[in-house]
Design a binder for this molecule. Structure first.
Ligand code: TYM
Length: 336
């Protein structure tokens, strides 16, 4: 196997909406700068984006934009394998096999399935239900050691681990057991005006969602109107239970600047929220400024992007195919 001495890392994001500050702080930011240590695979999970009704043209556009944004966030295509999920047909094929090793009860307990079916009562389709099997296939095809995800996806990686245990229990050591990696800070960025809900790509523009490519003026506006609390002291203190809005802003500021919660509390001691909220906004604007410039520059070069995703799919397919062949042999499919 290639890079046998290196451990493997893999993750993906579905292009179901424009990338948010949550996608960046909870996921992409933790992927970069790992390529020396790991053999890294990152993909655009376009097949996951069709479990809810969607606009095909927007999906195509976002898939390409997401690739440009991955690169702008520091994922060098020379050092990381960047690809589009639907370009590697082995994902769908392994997903079918894994469907047969995931239990109805397990899939029914997935929080995301319960949330999404409540929100899309008119379209609770089979894909929404078996989505975690496709995600398990995405992971297991590449035999990764580590899967960096935000808090909300950890349950799907845990289910993948159950599938590995069940499958390996029957057929021997076919899949490597993947470990989820959830960062200590930034793994659950909440909506700025509804700090009890996760900031999501599908949130409405007029709500407290910040996009990776939002204009600086829009970002500042969103932070200035972020919900804090009615605490009369207006004290910047980390208390997710009592002060979820402030805790979320502290998470964002900590993940953006690398400062600890203690340092942040001292920095804004006695200054109230009036100083704190724009300071968080400015830190985010400055962090995103070079990423946005680079993403726009890369997005203008379609030929370059095509080259990247073609090369990525070729490398990914080579590895994915090896795993799929092994699985097909184990389950008893007659070779062609
Ligand atoms: P998705 O597209 O919803 O989110 C992509 C990644 O971003 C993280 N994330 C967040 N982290 C912190 N705060 C937030 N508000 C926030 N919103 C999103 C997610 O936890 C995730 O890590 N099914 C997956 C995509 C996927 C995948 C995979 C991931 C498909 N196959 C294989 C890992 C491995 C999803 O829908 O993530």
């Amino acid at each position: 196997m290639e890079n046998q001495e290196k451990k493997v890392m893999l993750s993906g994001i579905k292009p179901s909406g424009d990338l948010t500050l949550g996608s960046y702080l909870g996921a992409i930011k933790n992927w970069g700068a790992r390529s020396e240590e790991f053999d890294c695979y990152y993909f655009m999970a376009d097949m996951h984006a069709i479990t809810v009704r969607h606009d095909p043209a927007a999906l195509r556009r976002r898939t390409l934009e997401q690739l440009a944004q991955y690169i702008a966030c520091g994922l060098d295509p020379e050092k990381n394998t960047l690809f589009v999920q639907s370009h590697v047909h082995q994902h769908a094929e392994l997903a079918w096999v894994l469907n047969c090793y995931a239990m109805f009860g397990e899939l029914s307990r997935m929080t995301q399935f319960k949330d999404k079916s409540a929100k899309n009562a008119e379209n609770i389709n089979g894909g929404l239900f078996t989505y975690p099997c496709l995600m398990a296939a995405d992971i297991l095809l590449y035999q990764p050691d580590v899967v960096p995800v935000g808090e909300d996806q950890k349950q799907h990686v845990e289910l993948t681990r159950n599938i590995v245990q069940r499958f390996n229990g029957i057929y021997g050591d076919v899949f490597k057991m993947p470990e989820p990696y959830v960062a200590k800070v930034g793994a659950r960025i909440m909506n700025l005006v509804d700090p009890k809900s996760k900031m999501s790509k599908s949130d409405d523009t007029n709500t407290g969602r910040v996009l990776l490519m939002d204009d600086p003026a829009v970002i500042m506006k969103q932070f200035k109107r972020a919900i804090t609390d009615s605490d009369t002291e207006r004290c910047v203190r980390y208390d997710p239970e009592e002060k979820p809005g402030v805790a979320n802003l502290m998470q964002i500021y900590a993940a953006t600047t690398g400062k600890s919660f203690d340092e942040i509390e001292k920095e804004f001691d006695g200054q109230g929220y009036g100083k704190f909220k724009p300071a968080v906004g400015e830190a985010v604007v400055e962090m995103l400024r070079p990423i946005q410039e680079e993403a726009r520059r890369i997005m203008a070069d379609k030929a370059y992007l095509e080259g990247v995703y073609r090369a990525g799919a070729e490398k990914a397919e080579y590895i994915a195919n090896k795993t799929l062949r092994k699985v097909y042999k184990k389950v008893g499919f007659l070779p062609r």
